[in-house]
Design a protein around this ligand. Structure first.
Ligand SMILES: [Zn+2]
Length: 401
């Protein structure tokens, strides 16, 4: 029988309520809550199986650690300041973030009544030097340098309408638990001690054991060096200098990409994606993946690593006692858009770098004949072939309909 929701609307169903029931069915593998109707088609109501939440058994991540105080209380409290915090949670996060978000927005579709966010090109995160240019106000990471009052004044000055006490308590919380804030505090002490030129290197922290519940220690995420010249700069690391006046883009593949901006969602630097999280049945020994046994399933094209998509699909499930991240309201919405854009950009980058293989597979189908640009060759710019596995692309749509 065709589900009610798939019928064409003709008015005769008016008054009939379509419901999926309650989201109370627990995935036996990862603990995520689901609607029963979300189960895999091959499984029964008595023994429902789910696939998306843990990538068909390939992914297991450690539980989300509870958020530190006072952030937990602000997320859940009924007091006026907690409600006000949740209303302005994106502004609080931006005031405390190390990086800024940049994007080319297409505003042609966004209307006051239509909450559409359309990006052109890429969404990116940028980070400035340790100190601002002479005469310029401190922003983002630069607000982690200096004495606590100056930092607070700077944050309150950059973002109007926020509660000073709330901001102060969050600032104190991050200085106690956030490894990047602690490094910046050390930089403050060095600069006050007379050092003029400092360099900060944020390493791509790829923990060998993600099941480890301890937050990363400062040495694992970065190091300060006296002097402006950093030898043997690894392109995979982020290097910040005292004053060079320009903003650098942070690679979405760097493990610090999300915690440097979403400081409230990743207050202690744990639970972030990096490119060496092994799928079930694999281990990462610090330089390569090792297969536990020959029956291990693995991912696409023999991959042993958890992809960004698998990571966020697992992380953003509703699990009992770990649902605090889902309470982050508008900040969560922003994070999901960012995670989606990152995943998509990463996927497109892979396609772009593997055009040679894709060309062989794709220039022989009927669907390609439908692509007028291919036949007439009148496209401007460099053509990129999107395979049918790219959701939303012409070939994927052609296959579906
Ligand atoms: Zn699951």
């Amino acid at each position: 029988m065709i589900p009610l929701a798939c019928h064409e609307f003709d008015g005769s169903h008016r008054g009939l309520r379509h419901t999926l029931g309650e989201m109370t069915t627990v995935c036996g593998k990862c603990g995520a809550l689901h609607f029963l109707e979300e189960r895999a088609a091959s499984s029964s109501c008595a023994n429902p199986q789910f696939t998306l939440c843990y990538a068909q058994g390939k992914v297991t991540l450690p539980p989300l650690a509870p958020p530190p105080e006072p952030f937990r209380r602000l997320l859940t409290g009924k007091e006026t300041n907690a409600k006000d915090f949740r209303q302005h949670i994106r502004s609080y996060n931006s005031a405390l973030a190390f990086t800024s978000v940049g994007a080319n927005l297409d505003t042609s579709v966004a209307q006051p009544s239509n909450y559409t966010y359309r990006l052109c090109n890429e969404l990116y995160h940028r980070m400035g030097s340790l100190l601002p240019q002479p005469g310029k106000a401190r922003k983002f990471a630069q607000l982690y340098i200096g004495d606590p009052h100056a930092k607070l004044d700077g944050r309150m000055g950059n973002f109007g309408g926020l509660n000073r006490d709330t901001m102060q308590s969050l600032q104190t919380m991050l200085h106690a638990c956030n490894p990047y804030a602690i490094i910046y505090q050390t930089a403050t002490e060095r600069l006050q001690g007379g050092v003029i030129e400092l360099s900060l290197r944020l390493v791509n922290d790829r923990r060998t054991n993600l099941q480890c519940y301890n937050a990363p220690i400062v040495d694992e995420v970065g190091a300060l060096m006296v002097g402006g010249d950093v030898d043997e700069v690894d392109a995979r690391n982020i290097v910040v200098r005292s004053t060079n006046g320009y903003f650098q883009r942070i690679s979405p593949l760097h493990s610090a990409y999300t915690p440097l901006h979403y400081v409230l969602l990743f207050p202690d630097g744990r639970n972030k994606w990096h490119d060496s999280i092994p799928l079930n049945g694999f281990q990462w020994d610090g330089s390569m993946f090792i297969q536990d046994d020959e029956n291990t399933i693995g991912g696409k094209r023999g991959s042993a690593r958890v992809t960004m998509l698998q990571f966020y699909a697992y992380m953003l499930q509703h699990r009992v006692n770990q649902e605090w991240i889902l309470r982050a309201g508008r900040l969560l919405q922003q994070f999901i858009v960012d995670a989606y854009a990152c995943t998509e950009q990463n996927h497109l980058k892979f396609i772009h770098e593997n055009q040679r293989q894709l060309h062989c597979d794709l220039y022989n189908g009927l669907q390609d004949a439908l692509n007028a640009g291919d036949i007439l060759g009148n496209d401007v710019g460099q053509k990129m072939i999107l395979p049918s596995s790219f959701q939303g692309g012409e070939r994927a749509m052609g296959q579906l309909y």
